[in-house]
Ligand binder design. Structure first.
Ligand code: SAM
Length: 278
């Protein structure tokens, strides 16, 4: 359904019916990647994420408030801010919130935001820069967890190569716990990345089970591109060939490898060691 700007300017609308067209539109954004791609919108649940999105200046289309939110000062402040930016504020029942998010115990606030992504040309390599480069990441929970961890250690953002899971899928957004609004996302193909990488002034560190170097043996002093592989196939040969170092995280037990998000966290705590403070 097309968004009607005349309808939303500074408005508040009460919705009780599950078959309301706006409710159907938001449900479509939760359920279908195509709908998110065509509209450029996505859904994020919760008051914390609404506050994060508004503070970080993301565009907000709808903010749906359940009955509890309409008694909550922080939620009402968020709604006032969103409304001032042109969002349509929806006053809905808990049943409507549950239907939108397909949850029995929905959050009291659900927002619809405008997607933001960058291109490789927007990346500037400064000394404290660490970009996390993900080859065909498939699992939305892994991607969200990686974005949250990247945010925690002050990484600059994520580069998503080739066909990846949708960073704006509700499962990924949930797993980021709000870090989605602070971690820039770049999308590109392997070939575009390999060409970009040629002018990168620092180490391009690939993590690989065939790596012969211990990940703690690399100097992570300059801007770093940290490359992580697909959950099943690992890093593709052509991306592995584009790395300056191929490192391995040593293991002792019977597991063949570590979970992608866990391996990324281990790497990030080494790469970002000098920037972390209590
Ligand atoms: N079967 C895949 C392979 O052969 O590469 C396993 C992929 S692993 C589940 C997913 C990604 O996590 C890897 O591509 C790598 O980036 C990272 N990873 C997991 N365990 C690792 C380890 N011990 N050392 C280095 N990277 C690791």
């Amino acid at each position: 359904m097309e968004f009607n700007p005349n309808q939303r300017q500074g408005a508040v609308k009460q919705i009780t019916s599950h078959s309301n067209p706006i409710v159907k539109e938001i449900k479509g954004l939760v359920a279908q990647r195509k709908h998110r791609r065509d509209s450029g919108l996505f859904v994020a649940e919760g008051l914390k994420l609404a506050t994060d999105a508004l503070e970080a200046g993301w565009g907000v289309r709808y903010l749906a408030l359940g009955p509890e939110a309409r008694e909550n000062k922080t939620a009402l402040d968020a709604a006032a801010k969103a409304k001032a930016r042109g969002a349509l504020i929806l006053e809905v029942s808990n049943a409507v919130l549950g239907a939108i998010t397909r949850r029995d115990n929905p959050q009291m606030v659900v927002g619809v935001y405008e997607q933001q992504t960058l291109s490789l040309a927007d990346i500037t390599p400064e000394n404290s820069t660490t970009w996390i480069v993900l080859d065909r990441v498939r699992d939305p929970g892994n991607l969200g967890t990686i974005m949250r961890t990247g945010d925690a250690v002050g990484a600059s953002g994520v580069v998503l190569i080739d066909d990846t899971t949708d960073p704006f899928a509700v499962e990924c957004v949930r797993a980021t716990m709000g870090s989605l609004f602070h971690m820039p996302i770049v999308r590109c193909s392997s070939d575009e990345f390999i060409s970009f990488r040629k002018n990168w002034p620092g180490p391009v560190v690939g993590t690989h089970l065939r790596g012969t170097k211990d990940y703690r043996a690399v100097q992570y002093k300059e801007p770093v591109l940290l490359m992580m592989g697909n959950e099943q196939a690992g890093l593709s040969d052509k991306l592995a060939d584009a790395c300056s170092d191929l490192v391995k995280i040593p293991q002792a037990g019977q597991a063949d490898s570590m979970n992608l998000a866990v391996a990324t966290a281990v790497m990030l705590y080494e790469v970002r060691r000098d920037y972390l403070k209590l």
